[in-house]
Each structure stands twice: as C-alpha cells, then as structure tokens.
Design a protein around this ligand. Structure first.
Ligand code: SAM
Length: 254
C-alpha cells in the first residue's frame, strides 16, 4: 500500500502521480477544503497578494490543476479594473498541467466563472515546458505542484528560462516545521487522519497516503532555497514566520 517516493522507482514516479490526480480530479477542490480546514484559501490568497496582479502582467500557472490559483488571480484583476479586464482580448494566463483530467475540471469551472477567454490550458510537463519560449512571463506560479514532479531542479531551471529578466518565481508548497508541539499534532493528523478523510470523502485511501508521504520527502525550506538560488534566481524571504509554520512561500526575483 505504500507508494511514497522512497518505495517507488524514479522512472515510475510520474506515472503514479498521474494515477493519483486522475483518481482525485473530481473531488480535488472539496478535499482541499476538508483537509486543510479551508486554510489553503488563506495561503492562496496570500500568494495572490504577493503577486500583486495588474493589467498587462503575463502569468504562467504551472501544475495549475483545476485552476484555483488562476481563478483567484483573474478575480483579483477583475475587481481591480472591470472595464480593462473585460476589454482585454488576449488571454491573460497560461495554465499548464501534466494531467488532462485536472485541466478538464478547471475548464468547466472557467466557463461557469466566465473566464474561459482569459485562459489558455495546456497539457505539459513542468520539467520541459516545450511549448513555451524563453523570456515570456512576468510571473510563474507553482502551487502545491513541485513536490509531485520527479526532478525539482529541472522544474526551477525551466521556470527561470520562461520568465522575463526581473520575472518572479512564486512557489507555494508544504514543508517542515521545527516546532516540536506542532510537529506532533501535524504528524498525528497527517498520518492518521488524512488517508481516512481521503477514503471517506473521495473513496481513495492510497492517493491521500501518497500526498502525506510526498510532503515528508520534499527538501527542507533551506535546501529548497539553495536549489532555487543555484538555478540563477536572486532569493529573499518575505516572511520567515510563515515559512516555518504554514506554507513555504518564496518570492524570488531574477
Ligand atoms: N495548483 C493547483 C492548486 O493549487 O489547486 C493544483 C495542485 S495539485 C496538488 C498538483 C498538480 O500537479 C496536479 O494537478 C498534477 O497533475 C500536477 N503535476 C504533477 N506532476 C506534474 C508535472 N511534472 N508537470 C506539470 N504538472 C504536474
């Protein structure tokens, strides 16, 4: 039953990840709310605030899944300036994900939200963004996606390539805590509760067990930060406390 990274061969990981997201696509958004007690909304909104969207900005949302980050970004732009938003003819965001089922759920949602003309949906691997040219985007987001990729370094290198000089790499990801009490609570919750909730809500124990394990094997904040700067980014933390206790939100400039 255990198919955390440690037990899966390197070449098989992406196939397993695809199975996981095929299984959960329909229930993905519901499960996010249930498992994080709605907290993922706060983390994502925080990310959008940090992006500081404005008209003319070009965003690529990689591992964009069902489009949650993209929809929050577009809603922010729409609230900022409705006239300019509605007048813009060309798409404002490219969403890229390796899993077509996740994208299809997102496409349906984009129609309900009347955002369909503002988004280009592309099936693609974050490690090789074959359809993207160099120096194209102002902002690259990857939210709860990078730990699912097989080679994290390739992902960050690709982000660097497709970003314009001065563009920002913005990654939201679960990481580790150094607080012993919080760690105990988190360990109990994640090992004991998340797979049970996955089974009860989405009818899928294994996919959620994978999720917990994938968080555990992801590099620590500091290891990840050095990998990012080794790929050429200039790095600064916007919030050390948030980094410790919630998501790991690096704001990086080329
Ligand atoms: N960013 C979305 C959000 O915050 O709701 C979705 C995150 S979901 C946890 C992770 C996504 O990463 C899945 O949709 C999965 O298909 C995608 N993914 C996994 N490996 C990938 C890869 N190598 N390239 C692109 N996307 C990938």
């Amino acid at each position: 039953t255990n198919f955390g990274f440690s037990k899966v061969k390197y070449e098989e990981k992406q196939t397993k990840v695809n199975e996981v997201f095929n299984n959960v696509a329909e229930k993905y958004d519901l499960m996010n709310d249930a498992m994080s007690f709605g907290m993922h909304r706060l983390w994502k909104n925080h990310l959008i605030q940090e992006i500081n969207p404005h008209p003319g900005m070009k965003l690529i949302d990689v591992a964009g899944g069902t489009g949650d980050i993209t929809f929050r970004y577009l809603s922010y732009l729409k609230n900022l300036d409705l006239i300019k938003f509605e007048a813009s003819q060309s798409p404002l965001v490219t969403v890229c994900d390796i899993n077509e089922n996740m994208l299809n759920v997102g496409k349906d949602r984009s129609i309900d939200l009347k955002f369909q003309e503002k988004i280009v949906w592309k099936v693609g691997n974050a490690e090789h963004l074959v359809e993207e040219n160099d120096n194209t985007y102002d902002v690259y987001t990857i939210a709860f996606g990078i730990r699912n990729c097989t080679n994290i370094e390739n992902v960050v290198k690709e982000a660097y390539r497709v970003l314009k000089p001065g563009g920002r790499f913005m990654c939201l990801e679960f990481s580790r805590t150094n607080n012993p009490l919080f760690k105990k609570i988190y360990d109990f919750y994640s090992f004991q509760m998340i797979p049970v909730m996955g089974y009860m809500i989405a009818g899928d124990w294994n996919s959620y067990q994978y999720l917990v394990e994938s968080i555990r094997v992801f590099p620590s904040q500091d290891e990840f930060a050095s990998l990012i700067s080794d790929c050429g980014f200039r790095l600064f933390y916007n919030d050390r406390e948030a980094k410790k206790y919630t998501a790991n939100n690096h704001i990086i400039e080329i």
